[in-house]
Design a protein around this ligand. Structure first.
Ligand SMILES: [Zn+2]
Length: 65
C-alpha cells in the first residue's frame, strides 16, 4: 500500500547522469578581486568579484532600494 514512495536509488542515478553530462569543470585558477582577495576564476566569471564583495554589493543594493 505504498502509493508515492520514491526510491532514493533513482535520485542517485539521476545525479550521476547529470554529472556525467555536464561539461568539463572550469579550471580553478586563482585570481584576485578588486579588494585584493584571492578568488577562483569560476567565481570571477560568475560574479565578477569575490564572495564577500558579492554579498556587500547585494546588501548595498537592498539598502539602496
Ligand atoms: Zn572582493
Amino acid at each position: 500500500m505504498s502509493a508515492g514512495g520514491i526510491p532514493s536509488r533513482l535520485s542517485t542515478e539521476l545525479y550521476r547522469e547529470r554529472t556525467a553530462a555536464s561539461p568539463a569543470p572550469i579550471v580553478l585558477n586563482r585570481k584576485r578581486c578588486a579588494c585584493n582577495r584571492v578568488v577562483t576564476a569560476k567565481q570571477l566569471a560568475q560574479y565578477g568579484k569575490c564572495d564577500s564583495c558579492v554579498r556587500a554589493a547585494a546588501v548595498g543594493t537592498k539598502e539602496a532600494a
